[in-house]
Design a protein. Structure first.
Ligand code: AMP
Length: 542
């Protein structure tokens, strides 16, 4: 027997239709790439997305075509996304921080047929597009007046292009399982792997993100997604903000402390999200200027572990609630969020920070477990760690082109490559990437725990821990530190600071000071490069 309810496919353009009808006048404010602040609304955005879809169809693009974007978070980028999805196309966000050869490889792998590009990235695109024969059309996110001379093939200014349509277009009727978006993970080993989102997975993910114990957004919020749309759908905010009718503030290409502060302040932003690096810049700006954050209520921090000192500062100095979150491109990307369950509601100070230091618990729609190397489930005791595996309707079941099959098992579990433990209340804590964990005398040492501890020292700007070969213990930890400008903490001082806060055998065997720690295109510490840099390093204990 079947239910007798309507078969209403979960399609992404329905999100924009809803925003335009229920919250039509709500603003989308962008810092444009040309400079000025630009204001539009959900109603106008829908109209312009319809025009984009109409033009894409007129130019011969059809369902399933991959259409790349190389752009910052702006209203135009958002319109183009919905236009691409509305004609049945697949938006393919490119990360401009990758090398041109990597981007060309990714575009060829995806066989992108067109490219929407920001002015900032026209010179980059000029290097890439000649290597990608499938690209037949380039649309530059600007108007005719600002359109540069370019060698890009068949290029046109976005506003000039849009002016040629009236928006008399009906969204394509699609199956909800149809592909709508694509994003390649910046694999630190091997080739990048393509994740393909469906309309259904994006709609469900937006709903999962909105529940109060996840991001908990509403039409009363003003949302600033600093996290780029090319980093796993701006953590879903490009869909969840219109779904609930929240005002959107798009930062364009400026993500420095001053620029972000200006938007937080003038637009009265209540909710924002980004990786820790962005918040380091903002907190530094606040400390230098003595400014406050009277409007901001919540900040979601993820992408890499949120340092304890950062949570403490936001909450104690600025009265802003921090939500530590964990996820992956393969998970659309939300996996867990460290909001507070009633069991922990009474906690204050350090005890509360201990919970917020964890990556959090899974909302409905995400299942997780931790296993040992033989695939045996580990207890949820808050200390036994192992491989973290996940499944759910917004989790990938394969990569585009079939790479990485070993990460998916028959029961639908996806091996995240992260190492974690889960406590009796369901809070998960990442202790490492599987390939970064240090194996010392057969036991595992968590590099993330050591890094978090080290950055708690007031003179440390950034810290990374890697395993160095050791004749007796196999591997031992080396602490690599970037000092704050003008500060000169010594090795003994740092080790003294860490002593007593972790097991004795976890203590780093040595400390080295560097000017810079290498980062990946998504802002994570690039441990492969660091390990290469210290390949021949000899520990004093060896
Ligand atoms: P990406 O797909 O680029 O977003 O990278 C996902 C990976 O980032 C995860 O598998 C984790 O290793 C790491 N990651 C994301 N969020 C966190 C977090 N809150 N703490 C520690 N690692 C994180």
């Amino acid at each position: 027997m079947h239910g007798l309810m309507q078969d209403w496919p979960l399609l992404c353009h329905k999100i924009l239709d809803h925003a335009a009808t229920q919250h039509g006048a709500r603003e989308i404010v962008s810092r444009s790439v040309e400079g000025p602040i630009v204001r539009t609304t959900y109603a106008e955005t829908r109209q312009r997305a319809l025009k984009a879809a109409q033009l894409l169809e007129r130019e011969g693009f059809a369902a399933g075509d991959r259409i790349a974007t190389l752009a910052w978070n702006t209203g135009r980028h958002l319109e183009a996304w919905y236009g691409i999805m509305g004609v049945g196309g697949v938006y393919h966000t490119l990360n401009p921080r990758l090398f041109p050869e990597q981007i060309a490889w990714i575009m060829n792998h995806a066989e992108d047929k067109a490219l929407f590009v920001d002015l900032t990235f026209v010179p980059l695109a000029e290097k890439i597009v000649p290597q990608v024969p499938s690209v037949k059309r380039v649309i530059v996110f600007t108007d005719k007046a600002n359109m540069p001379q370019t060698s890009l093939p068949n290029a046109i200014a976005y506003e000039e292009w849009l002016a040629d349509a009236d928006g008399d277009f009906r969204w394509k009727q699609l199956e909800e399982t149809a592909a709508c978006g694509m994003c390649y993970t910046s694999g630190t080993t091997g080739d990048p792997k393509g994740v393909v989102y469906s309309h259904r997975s994006n709609v469900l993910h937006a709903m999962i993100a909105l529940v109060p114990d996840a991001m908990g957004l509403s039409s009363r919020d003003t949302v600033l997604p600093v996290v780029p749309m090319f980093h796993a759908n701006a953590w879903g905010l490009a869909q969840s903000a219109p779904m609930c009718g929240a005002k959107l503030v798009m930062p364009g290409g400026r993500m420095d402390g001053e620029a972000i502060y200006e938007l937080l302040d003038t637009e009265k932003v209540t909710f924002t999200a980004a990786v820790p690096t962005v918040w380091l810049m903002l907190l530094q700006h606040l400390e230098e200027t003595g400014k406050k954050l009277p409007h901001l209520k919540k900040v979601v921090i993820g992408g890499s572990a949120c340092p304890r000192a950062m949570t403490k500062k936001f909450q104690e100095n600025y009265d802003v609630e921090v939500i530590h979150a964990w996820g992956m491109t393969e998970m659309s990307p939300l996996g867990t969020l460290a909001t507070i369950k009633p069991e922990y509601l009474e906690l204050e100070g350090d005890a509360k920070l201990d919970i917020q230091q964890k990556q959090g618990f899974a909302p409905f729609g995400v299942e997780m477990k931790v296993t040992d190397d033989e695939n045996h489930d580990q207890p949820w005791d808050g200390k036994t760690f192992g491989r973290l595996k996940v499944r759910g309707p917004a989790v990938a079941r394969a990569y585009y082109g079939g790479a990485g099959t070993e990460q998916f098992d028959d029961e639908g579990w996806f091996d995240t490559g992260d190492v974690a433990h889960i406590d009796p209340q369901g809070y998960m804590q990442i202790t490492d990437r599987a390939k970064d964990v240090i194996k010392s005398g057969g036991e595992w040492i968590s590099t993330i725990d050591l890094e978090n501890l080290a950055v708690g020292h007031p003179d440390v700007a950034e810290a990374a821990v890697i395993g160095i070969a050791h004749p007796k213990w196999d591997e031992r930890p080396l602490l690599v530190v970037v000092r704050k400008p003008g500060k000169e903490p010594s090795k003994d001082e740092l080790l003294g600071f860490m002593e007593g806060k972790i097991a004795k055998w976890w203590m780093p065997d040595d400390v080295v000071f560097v000017d810079e720690i290498p980062h990946t295109a998504t802002g994570k510490i690039q441990k492969t490069t660091l390990r290469k840099q210290f390949e021949t390093y000899e520990l004093p204990t060896a």
